[in-house]
Design a protein around this ligand. Sequence first.
Ligand code: AKB
Length: 323
Amino acid sequence: MKKILVTGAIGQIGSELVTALRQRYGADKVVATDIRMPNDKELRDGGPFEFLDVTDSNHITRVMSMYEIGTIYHLAAVLSAIGESRPNIAWQINMNGLYHVLEAARQYKCQIFFPSSIGAFGPSTPQDSTPQDTIQRPETIYGVTKVAGELLCDYYYRRFNLDTRGVRFPGLISYVAEPGGGTTDYSVSIFYEAIRHQKFTCYLRPNTFLDMMYMPDALRAMIELMEADGARLVHRNAFNVTAMSFNPEQLAAEIRKHLPGFTMEYEIDPVRQAIADSWPNSMDDSAARMEWGWKPQFDLSAMTADMLKEISRKLQGEIKITH
Ligand code: AKB
């Protein structure tokens, strides 16, 4: 088996995907890469790790030539809120980075995974049960790079027969690494604050519905899609995938079932609120279900119980959870 290269391996998805891939295919088969050096021992010493700047095409081909790479999970990206404060960097990393990685994949004939996002939709997209194929006029630089990325991956498949695959992720919730600079990040920070201080100040309005997914489901989605029989795939890239849709008020109510004293206040951030308002309330993921058997395992209640249990353990049981 050829090796798997993961870009952005220290990020929220990468840090857990690398571990999952190493467990599944063998530690020496997974080359973790990032522009930062990991503090995490498992990530640094559990298998090969290389420093890699995806905006430098020579750097990518140099790392590719050092290992026999057959698959790339290209996760290096700037998220939506940071993108709005630094659009230039977002373009360089999200767009030029993807282009360089696709070119390297073409040269080395690799299979490639590219994560798009609910950010690829905009205010003119139908907001409820958002279809797989629909209007995409995003108003953030993040969204622009995600739509262009989806199209570029489709182009490389059609034009060069490159095995490109991908999903549109909703907000991802995990207890291992915290997300950085996204619009959906409240759904992770709320758990830390609930356990540490029993209160949280939310930057989105109480009724802001967004699609979400717990990380174990997201990891499974990526691996299952990459292992799926390509002949069954009609869409290949940008599959809508979701596991739950909730608003901040509903998440707070679910947390309160475990921590009855938990309170939430609101201090709206106009930038992130505008972004969230332009994204779907809930997506239709039937194409993913039909074409490669996608099925989430965690709903709001299962995810909340697990997050509280795991984060309490991580914070050394500062607070006792009542079930
Ligand atoms: C963000 O909020 O920017 C990301 C995403 C939904 O793509 N979590």
